[in-house]
Design a protein around this ligand. Sequence first.
Ligand SMILES: O=C(O)CCC(=O)C(=O)O
Ligand SMILES: [Fe+2]
Ligand SMILES: [Fe+2]
Length: 482
Amino acid sequence: MQTKLIKDGCALEIVNVKIEDLNSEQKQTIKALLFEYGIVLLRKQTSCPAEYTRFVNDIGPIHEFDELVWNQYGEWAGKLTSLPNPATFKPKDQYPVQRVTGQKINDKFTGIFATGTLDWHSDMNRYDIGDGTALQGYTGCKNTSTLILSTNKAHRELPEDIANDIKEAYCEYTFNPDKWANGIPEHQRQIMLDSPSGTRKYYKMWLEQTNAGGHKGFYFFPNNKCLMRTKNGIDHNIRTKFEDYLLQEEFMYEHWWEEGDILLMDQLTTLHRRGQNDPEIISNRILHRICFRLSNLNNYVEKNNTIKIENPALSAPVIAAPTTLDNDYIFGFDFDFDKQKLLQQYKKNLQNSKNFNDNGLPASVPKLQLQEDFEFNYAQELMDFFEITGEAKYYTVKKDCDFDLHVDTLPQCSINVLVSDNPAPVFIGGKNYMYKNCVLNVKEPHGVFMNDENRILFKISIFDYTFEEVKQKINTKLKDLK
Ligand SMILES: O=C(O)CCC(=O)C(=O)O
Ligand SMILES: [Fe+2]
Ligand SMILES: [Fe+2]
């Protein structure tokens, strides 16, 4: 069997074979290559659905046979209760398929994703589903494409600094087809929302994945609601850097279809999208799609993505509130902030509070609230006094809720003044610090846990000066005061 690298190893092509003639050893070789490259192409194969299904089922078993509901002519065939043996099925041309098309017969769509835009996605949106997808060009697919992102290649070439940033990183996902399959027919949308992916929307996945072939890649699906947690907690700079690295053209293979072409893809380590979403094109283009099991037998994906991480804040010491805190993380200082004014302004502007939800997940329980962009003379007086520039805000963490571990994206540090009673400590640098007011080094991972009262924080976020610089400025001012 001959193979050929496509686009510098984004994908692999198996050349000069006919799927109906392959022996089981050759199919095992193809499976191993699929594990390694994530994307395997076989050009111009028979489009007999029985032969195609037999080939795919020999690569990895088909459990999602209830998706094969049409025949190749677009007639409804009904739901199967088991997979008909593709080797013995008669008549061969009637073997059921899953169609991806906008073609209509008698005014009814005869395939999935019949309308709308199909943006970057993985077909694996939950643990208990096939992690292999096969697509075959059937008709009307010439001059149309599917783009596939090979994270296997991206993993092989991963720069050391990014590797370090994302060590132990994982993402929390909420199934969100309205983003990556926007505009599909309402009927299919409802089926998707009623499916186990839709009803149990939430799942977690390590960023780095190893498939059952022992090859590594990434599962990263930003078009679902996606919260990445790194060793810094929520860190948008790391996320952006990773996303910019991964979604590069050099890791993408755009396959321009010819009838009969078969693409096999590992859904644990690749993303894909439709190249053209023009309704005219989609209504003529037919692909046959088969979902099969590659790694995901015996609960492979769930077992390898059981993510239980203890919150270090809960076992970290609590440091009582001295005014002499002074380390690389927090500088507590003695200053008579006008709590009355701070609380008045908070109340005055209360109706302009926004639910603040840093994590992209549904704000069903608004645990955080934010006030920003308000006029407040006292805040300006403070900034003038300390000779800094910044933005005044209020962050409220509801009783019994956490402010997740994170680093701030843009500010370098902040002046924090707690205005509510009995405020919970801030967790930073491995300790929970109680404080009244402080300068906080927000470039270090921090969060609020053990919060059993509504906690109101007045904050001046500082962009133009570092933690050390602001500490200096405040020290100087305080000395002047004495
Ligand atoms: O139509 C295409 O190019 C991609 C189809 C697809 O992503 C799917 O059926 O899951
Ligand atoms: Fe897909
Ligand atoms: Fe912060």
